[in-house]
Design a protein. Structure first.
Lengths: 114, 116
C-alpha cells in the first residue's frame, strides 16, 4: 500500500516548455486534488476531481490542466511553463472512511521554471 | 476575510512541555472538517488529526488532541509532552461541505521549534 505517489520529485523547465506531473493513489479514494505551496505559504488548491471523468477548478487554476480517466491517476499538466509556476506541487487523495474524512498527500514535486 | 487564521508565525517551546497551536476558521457551512498537518524540513505533509463539525467529542490521536470550540470557531492543536522531533511547520486546514470533494483551505502555518 504505497498511498499517494508523485513523479518526478524534482524538475527544472525553461519558460514555455510543457510537462506533466504524475500522481497515483492506491487507497480507492474518490477524491483527488492538486495544490501548490509557495515559500512561507500554506497550500493553495489548483484543481480537484470528485471521481473519474469529473474535474473542477480550485483557487489558482490558471496555467494548469487536469484530467481523471481512472480512479487511481490524476495528472497535472503545465502547457507552457512560466517562472510564476516555480513552486512545490502536492497531490492529495481523500475520502471518507469509518465516518471520518481523511486526506493524504504525496511527497511533492519541486518545480523550477527558468 | 481569511478562512483559516493561524496567529502564531513561530513558537519556541522547551522539550517535554505541552504546546498549543492556535487556529480559527470562518465558514457559514454547517458541515465542515478541520485538519492539522505537520511539515518537517524534509517537506512532506503528514496528516495529524481530523475533527468533523458534527463530532461531539474532541479528536485525539496519540500525543495530539484538537481543542474544538465550535461557538468560537476555534480548532487548536495540542501536543502533549513535546519532543525534539516535533520541530516543524504545522498547518491548520478546513474542508467545507460534505464528502471531502472540494479540497482544503490552508492557513499560513506555525513554525514550531522545540528546544532541549
Amino acid at each position: 500500500n504505497a498511498g499517494v505517489t508523485q513523479t518526478p520529485k524534482f524538475q527544472v523547465l525553461k519558460t514555455g516548455q510543457s510537462m506533466t506531473l504524475q500522481c497515483a493513489q492506491d487507497m480507492n479514494h474518490e477524491y483527488m486534488s492538486w495544490y501548490r505551496q509557495d515559500p512561507g505559504m500554506g497550500l493553495r488548491l489548483i484543481h480537484y476531481s470528485v471521481g473519474a471523468g469529473i474535474t473542477d477548478q480550485g483557487e489558482v487554476p490558471n496555467g494548469y490542466n487536469v484530467s481523471r480517466s481512472t480512479t487511481e491517476d490524476f495528472p497535472l499538466r503545465l502547457l507552457s511553463a512560466a517562472p510564476s509556476q516555480t513552486s512545490v506541487y502536492f497531490c492529495a487523495s481523500s475520502g471518507r472512511v469509518g465516518g471520518r474524512d481523511e486526506q493524504f498527500f504525496g511527497p511533492g514535486t519541486r518545480l523550477t521554471v527558468l | 476575510a481569511q478562512k483559516i487564521t493561524q496567529t502564531q508565525p513561530g513558537m519556541f517551546v522547551q522539550e517535554k512541555e505541552a504546546v498549543t497551536l492556535d487556529c480559527t476558521y470562518d465558514t457559514s457551512d454547517p458541515s465542515y472538517g478541520l485538519f492539522w498537518y505537520k511539515q518537517p524540513s524534509s517537506g512532506e505533509m503528514i496528516f495529524l488529526i481530523y475533527q468533523g463539525s458534527y463530532d461531539q467529542q474532541n479528536a485525539t490521536e496519540g500525543r495530539y488532541s484538537l481543542n474544538f470550540q465550535k461557538a468560537r470557531k476555534s480548532a487548536n492543536l495540542v501536543i502533549s509532552a513535546s519532543q525534539l522531533g516535533d520541530s516543524a511547520m504545522y498547518f491548520c486546514a478546513m474542508r467545507e461541505g460534505g464528502g471531502g470533494a472540494d479540497g482544503l483551505t490552508f492557513g499560513k502555518g506555525t513554525h514550531l521549534i522545540i528546544q532541549p
